[in-house]
Design a protein around this ligand. Structure first.
Ligand SMILES: [Zn+2]
Ligand SMILES: [Zn+2]
Length: 241
């Protein structure tokens, strides 16, 4: 009798054609996962981050959960977290996912993120997961919304698509300061009227792929709170250090 197929070679796996057999970081071959076991061991170390800005800073702990900046100027949300810093290998993985059209990577990222106790804590306390939406124009350009994919794979039961919407296309944010980004995003989000009851008095976990200044999360949180959400937490895959 033939030995069983490895799951990543299974003809029934929808990820079969997009799963590489080479580690995306160190190029080791063959690798049974997108990152080889050695890279996972080297890079996957959940750290406690400031619950205001999601930065990994020295001296933070569950007893002292906010950095000095966030103590002085609290965020609009209760709890922010990032799985990793936006540096190697996370930036390489995200580039593959977003710009090399490999949407199937989202399932692997969500699986790894769920190994972080702080991610599990955020998922368990939230009522619904809402992704940061793309404008229709950006959606047409890219074909899929990475944040929505991540939210769906993190928790399909809590995933609430189409509730938060972009009301207009905003220019690319890179290179702008936080204040410029906030101005850029003014009135950029709205809650769909037909979905409003689904966030009224609910605890929302907002999901995005990358957090840079927090301006996008701030604008989206403001919109959801004005629409009646009780509490907002935010979770991203990577935080710009
Ligand atoms: Zn590797
Ligand atoms: Zn902070």
């Amino acid at each position: 009798m033939l030995p069983p197929w490895p799951t990543w070679l299974s003809p029934f796996s929808k990820d079969r054609l997009t799963l590489p057999s080479q580690c995306l970081a160190c190029r080791a071959w063959p690798s049974a996962d997108v990152l080889c076991a050695a890279c996972q061991q080297r890079f996957f170390h959940p750290v406690f981050r400031c619950i205001g800005c999601a930065m990994a800073l020295p001296g933070l702990s569950p007893e002292r959960p906010r950095c000095g900046t966030c103590l002085q100027k609290p965020a609009i949300w209760q709890h922010a977290h990032a799985w990793m810093d936006y540096s190697y290998p996370c930036n390489t993985l995200i580039a593959r996912w977003k710009f090399a059209q490999q949407p199937a990577l989202a399932a692997h990222f969500a699986r790894w993120m769920r190994q972080d106790p702080q991610v599990i804590n955020l998922l368990e306390t939230a009522d619904v997961l809402i992704p940061i939406p793309l404008s229709p124009q950006r959606m047409r350009e890219r074909g899929y919304n990475p944040a929505a994919q991540l939210a769906r794979h993190l928790s399909p039961e809590q995933y609430l698509p189409h509730c938060l919407q972009r009301t207009r296309h905003t220019p690319a944010q890179s290179g702008l300061t936080r204040a410029q980004r906030l101005r850029n995003l003014r009135h950029a989000f709205a809650v769909a009227d037909a979905q409003r009851h689904r966030i009224t008095d609910r605890h929302v976990l907002l999901i995005d792929d990358v957090m840079t200044t927090g301006a996008t999360f701030t604008a989206a949180s403001r919109c959801l709170l004005q629409a009646g959400a009780r509490q907002i937490d935010v979770l991203c895959m990577a935080r710009t250090p």
